[in-house]
Design a protein around this ligand. Structure first.
Ligand SMILES: N[C@@H](CCC(=O)N[C@@H](CS)C(=O)NCC(=O)O)C(=O)O
Length: 211
């Protein structure tokens, strides 16, 4: 299969999908969509994804959108190694974490929302930090239901697809992770995996050169 990921280096949802692809060991081409230049709202990108949001995954010419749907497609198409645990309760715990990040937090700190906040006279950075903090507060107790990263045989999966980009956003908007020891330990362990390190925004071809 020929896979093309249309995304942006610093987009959390593109980051999610890169982690999923890398954890599955799937080879893909990256086609950058510059959100700052508004390329996602142009006709060329909307022909792929009428909603005009990143990412989109092209698979042999068919287009998948919405990071959660793309990750589910990946799990179903490439079951090994799995992103989800075997036990249905453990799966539900992982999906709850994904929903907190994907449904409750990320939509509030999206670029288009930040621009509206600014247009209304607010401070987008403080807004983003406020909602990321609310998400971290919700996640820390939920993480107690998952095997800790120190457990034998632990490996990153769907939870990390969501948590690692949130950790990046927390760092970007200067939210201290010190009050969240479970999350901090998980992120440290996950980031040591080459598949996750390779998905880091700074390592993408469209990232600006390090200063
Ligand atoms: N629910 C969508 C959200 C996609 C989304 O919001 N992507 C952001 C980048 S992380 C975007 O394209 N933002 C453009 C904008 O805010 O104008 C998904 O999970 O794929």
């Amino acid at each position: 299969m020929a896979l093309i990921l249309h995304g942006y280096w610093r987009s959390g949802t593109s980051h999610r999908v890169r982690i999923g692809l890398n954890l599955k060991g799937v080879v893909y081409e990256t086609r950058p969509v510059n959100l700052l230049k508004g390329e996602h709202t142009g006709a060329a990108y909307r022909a792929l994804n009428p909603q005009g949001l990143a990412p989109s995954l092209e698979v042999d010419g068919r287009v998948l959108t919405q990071s959660s749907a793309i990750l589910e497609w990946l799990e179903e198409t490439y079951p090994d190694p799995p992103l989800l645990p075997a036990d249905p309760f453990d799966r539900a715990a992982v999906r709850a974490i994904a929903a907190v990040v994907g449904a409750d937090v990320h939509p509030l700190h999206n670029m288009r929302v930040g621009r509206e906040v600014q247009a209304l006279g607010g401070d987008p950075k403080a807004w983003n930090a406020r909602w990321i903090t609310a998400g971290l507060d919700a996640l820390e107790p939920l993480l107690a239901a998952l095997p800790p990263p120190e457990a034998p045989g632990w490996r990153p999966g769907l939870a990390e697809c969501y948590l690692v980009p949130l950790g990046y956003a927390a760092d970007r908007f200067e939210v201290d992770l010190q009050p969240y020891p479970r999350l901090a330990a998980r992120l440290a362990q996950a980031q040591a995996y080459p598949a996750i390190a390779a998905a880091h925004p700074d390592r993408q071809p469209d990232a600006p050169p390090a200063s």
